[in-house]
Design a protein around this ligand. Structure first.
Ligand code: NPW
Ligand code: ADP
Ligand code: K
Length: 523
């Protein structure tokens, strides 16, 4: 599913007209029919109601968004639903096809708001060009008030987008109200993936306006959803052994942060890699050996802290690296000078290896924090390196330029930095972005506040390394891991809701999330 900004959407609509004769009224007819089908299916399958039991109030705006709403209303009416249309600009109300006399409109509208099961917001879509007028804000506020009075009984369904949401930037008008469902048309809009808009959309459905597939061929930004993630799953041939699914080496964990290597190492195996090896100092071995029984170990020299020790650790690790398809550097490593020198020595050695002998590389957490102080650090990375900064780490990598956890600035930053640093960049946050040097970009749709707890990033880093070991490209490995990481968290949330998740809770749910994805009906 491609993501577009408003200018690109308009261009697609224009080309549909010029090249295929699909003019606005044909597209609108398709849009309204598709939106009606999606809502009808939601009502029948999710709410287990028949349309004839349902009464809807459509709020109709002056442009094409209102036009979509009218087509949609016509189709639902034909299926037996009870339809009321309020034309905001003219202040006219139609009840089941009959015009309400002007003097009764206000009272009837109030009565409807107190009764209907659905308010369909077809006021404004991508054509909103200025702040919402006061009377439109007041109308939306009445809907909000009524929904608060009847929680669960009144659903707000936005057509294309909730009125007042900026489809490019994710900004939201003060008068906008949250939708329970958004049925967007043709493609998800770029602004949906950024805050505050993201919180206004509710459950997202994508309706078709009948655009020919060829028109989408040049689009490079994609929504990371089940449909895409499913295509990325690596094969599991019957004729296989642990060598088939690859080995991962971890340079992670240090005395203050031993849990990181456990979490990352477990995640490597939970995504199906064949073997994980932890490169650790002897003092940590008893901790890991008693918790992660399945791992093997490379013992790194301990000795006096300093540059020398770092060089020796790198040398030892490199001696054991042959045959490993992926290396993860960073979670829990700490920031001792010896660690930084070990990381730099490792990177220099990896860069000089021939491509077919070089393990794919993921750098996370303290791997990145150690690099941030190094001048032109990105020049030290081998090509194809995946880096996974959270917003704080990203700010450090950028030299303290602040990067938000969910704002539109992330899009520009992700696009620019993947190219400038020649990396696969996983910019973590509530809607994680994955970008690569050639300009492709994917944005994860699902979000879960339960994931905002210590150690969940270590799990993600291990998952990416595990998929690299299974020979996914770095861009695909990162994408699939990001998708399944949130999907696993949703399974945990079935029991704990959106708070109280431990990073280790994710581990058993990773295979469960993969299994779900394999079921063709999962979305
Ligand atoms: N084009 C196509 O082929 C397809 C389009 N599709 C659909 O069309 C939608 C885009 O349609 P659109 O461009 O007509 O914009 P829309 O959001 O209805 O609003 C524009 C109208 O509102 C007005 N207006 C603007 N701002 C305002 C404000 N703050 N307060 C009050 N009024 C305001 C503005 O009037 P004016 O600025 O001239 O006063 C104009 O009349 C898109 O979201 C999708 O639903 C799909 O069906 C696929 C095919
Ligand atoms: N609200 C949220 N929705 C979805 N994912 C989230 C949310 N908050 C945090 N995450 C994810 O949780 C992980 C946190 O990683 P990170 O901050 O590196 O934690 P740690 O370093 O403690 O492991 C990232 O993958 C991030 O995308
Ligand atoms: K709308």
């Amino acid at each position: 599913m491609h993501i577009v900004d408003v200018a690109r959407m308009r261009e697609l609509e224009m080309r549909a007209d010029q090249e295929y004769g699909l003019n606005t009224s044909i597209l609108m007819e398709n849009a309204g029919r598709s939106a009606a089908e999606l809502l009808a299916r939601y009502i029948r399958e999710r709410q287990r109601r028949s349309l004839s039991e349902c009464e809807l109030l459509f709020l109709i705006g002056p442009g094409n968004n209102g036009g979509d709403g009218q087509v949609m209303a016509r189709h639902l009416e034909a299926e037996g639903a009870h339809i009321n249309l309020y034309r905001w600009k003219e202040r006219r109300l139609t009840r089941e096809g009959r015009e309400v006399p002007a003097e009764q409109v206000e009272a009837e509208l109030n009565a409807l708001l107190q009764r209907v099961g659905y308010v369909v917001d077809a006021l404004l879509g991508t054509g909103r060009s200025r702040p919402l007028p006061e009377d439109m804000r007041a109308l939306l506020a009445r809907v909000e008030q009524e929904r608060a009075r009847r929680p669960g009984e009144l659903l707000v369904v936005a057509i294309d987008l909730p009125t007042g949401v900026n489809a490019d930037t994710g900004e939201v008008d003060p008068g906008s109200i949250r939708a329970d469902l958004t049925i967007t048309l043709a493609c998800p809009k770029q602004g949906f993936f950024f805050f505050p808009a993201r919180s206004y959309l509710g459950e997202l459905f994508v309706g078709s306006i009948g655009l020919p597939e060829e028109l989408e061929r040049d689009l490079s930004d994609e929504m990371l959803d089940a449909t895409l993630a499913r295509t990325l799953l690596p094969p599991r041939p019957l004729e296989s052994n642990k060598g088939t699914f690859g080995r991962v080496m971890l340079f992670c964990g240090s005395p203050p942060y031993p849990g990181s290597a456990y979490l990352a190492g477990s995640a490597v195996l939970r995504v199906g890699a064949g073997l994980v090896t932890l490169a650790v100092t002897p003092d940590l071995l008893p901790i890991y050996a008693s918790s992660l029984h399945e791992a093997t170990y490379v013992l790194l020299p301990a000795g006096e802290p300093g540059e020398q020790r770092g060089q020796e650790q790198a040398r030892t690790l490199l001696e054991h690296l042959s045959g490993y398809r992926a290396l993860l550097i960073g979670p829990g490593l700490g920031r001792a000078p010896a660690t930084r020198s070990a990381i730099l020595a490792l990177l220099d050695a990896l860069r000089s290896l021939p491509e077919d002998e070089r393990p794919a590389l993921v750098i996370d957490a303290d791997g990145l924090n150690n690099l941030a102080d190094v001048e032109n650090w990105w020049q030290r990375l081998p090509p194809g390196t995946v880096i996974t900064p959270h917003p704080g780490e990203m700010s450090r990598l950028l030299g303290e330029t602040r990067v938000s956890g969910g704002g539109i600035d992330r899009l520009q930053v992700a696009r620019h930095c993947a190219q400038a640093w020649n990396v696969i960049l996983v910019l973590k946050g509530a809607c994680t972005l994955i970008s690569e040097p050639a300009g492709r970009l994917r944005i994860n749709w699902e979000s879960n506040p339960a994931l905002a707890s210590a150690g969940t990033g270590d799990v993600l880093a291990g998952m990416i390394a595990g998929y690299l070991a299974q020979r996914l490209t770095p861009f695909d490995a990162a994408s699939l891991a990001v998708y399944l990481h949130v999907a696993a968290s949703k399974l945990v949330s079935q029991h704990c809701g959106d708070a109280g998740l431990l990073a280790s809770d994710l581990l058993p749910q990773i295979p469960a999330a993969r299994l779900r994805l394999l079921q063709p009906t999962s979305t």
